[in-house]
Design a protein around this ligand. Sequence first.
Ligand code: OXD
Ligand code: MN
Length: 580
Amino acid sequence: MTANHSPLRKWVDEVARLTQPEAIHWCTGDDEEFADLIRQMTDDGTLAALNQDSYPNCYLHLSDPSDVARVEHLTYVCTERQIDAGPNNHWMSPADGHAKMDALFAGAMRGRTLYVIPYCMGPIDSPYSRCGVEITDSAYVAVNMKLMTRMGSAALARIERDGSFVKGLHSTGDLDPERRFIMHYPEELSIKSIGSGYGGNALLGKKCHALRIASYQARKEGWLAEHMLIVGIENPHGETHYIACAFPSACGKTNLAMLIPPESQPGWKVWTLGDDIAWLHLDDGGTLRAINPESGYFGVVPGTNEETNRNAYAMIRHDTIFTNVARTANNEPWWEGKNEGAPAIDWQGRPYDPANGKAAHANSRFTVAAQNNPAYSRLAEAPQGVPISAIVFGGRRKSVAPLVYQAKNWRHGVLVGAGVASETTAANVGKVGVVRRDPMAMKPFCGYNFADYWAHWLSFADRSPRLPKIFHVNWFRQGQDGKFLWPGFGDNLRVLRWIIERCEERVAAVETAIGYLPASGDIDMTGLAVSDDDMSALTSIDEDEWRAEIDAIGVYLESYGERLPDELRAEQKRIAKELG
Ligand code: OXD
Ligand code: MN
């Protein structure tokens, strides 16, 4: 396959001159190509076939042990002016960023094949979708992109029609962490990434394009690119509400997106539209509509089992690429929390020995096409997306944040989002379990200054009287003994039901300075063994803790200096005053 689109052709030629590949392959995205690439990788050892009787078409990739997560400290936003990237991003000038990367890319593909991967983020025929082309020397990236995006000929045809696309250049390089960088040039709609094969660093359609570059593009074009799952909640009468939820990495987005209602909630159904990213547009009538730009899941494996996520457990039983899980003696994939089988070989390919730590890496992943999900919503393919009733922010907090509360209005909701904090997880290299501010769960992903991003969020209030209601949840509250107070997983539906009732204005709530909390008895507890004391701890606030929290949010916001929107400052002060 070749391209008529001459800027694309020209760019591929330029990259080939710089990187010196042995061969160039234009990806068609068809099934034969996928099968050929898999065969090639099982031959050269990049992939190992898993037990094909119990896990048909499943493969395992073990990465370099130094290359297992996103690398925020090596991720840059290169804008002409540093202030436009903001204190929330590492910055380099575009000229320096290109010079640094081009030196690393010179000759980087010698002896390798250069793959040209045209892809479309979102349904091919959606006005809300945007396209990109990733050039990579990794066949692993090519097959992952096939599972995660609409990749190949149809995307190329759209690129030729649209005349524009995001340029992403990736090479696995030599995997030396000293020569690993993920650079974004939002003003040029381009990305350069070298030295890592890990999903978030290498599958450029995902975090790099659909969040960092798209957030910048969205601000210019009047929409939002967010780190949110999209889920449809159908009630026993067949009515469905769509909700978009932003949680930091590895806080259970995939589980919530594929939630199985508990037996005590008969007639309720949950449909998945997306598990990680939402693109939100206002339609002509002022309704906020969401599409999922992705078409597959790159999910965290540990903890997935029949009880925690039956849909995911079934979905990854076939046609799945696993990365950095362990294997059993009969060559099945194994991970901590699988509740079945035992590890024989660990994620580094060594005989399993508990003295070496976990058998599967804490950030081991599955890549799987969304169609494998038994709960995949047919509306995930709808060009117009789905109308969003509620936006839900959340974090992983041992204390402070109650199970759920509702913001008083859009402006307050933007403050709630801006104040999100969470304990860090294994999805990024670095210390785990440290509380940090993660506004809108976008700390690692916003491609421009957060102060401008909040101003952009606030501006939606002037554009529509019909915006979704905004909420905050915390599934991770702990008691004095360190045990989780809330069971989570399927039981989170109970909280989502309260959220929907609030959207439909069918239930009252308790007004506090930080927002509306559920009144006692308004969260359906049928069949659930949570004590009254725990429930009241989950649904009340400690004013001393909240005074400190709101002050800390104020200090954090002020670190954005004079670009911080006055409206946000005023909202923080209002709450501080109400708390007294
Ligand atoms: C992810 C992440 O992989 O947020 O989705 O790190
Ligand atoms: Mn994510």
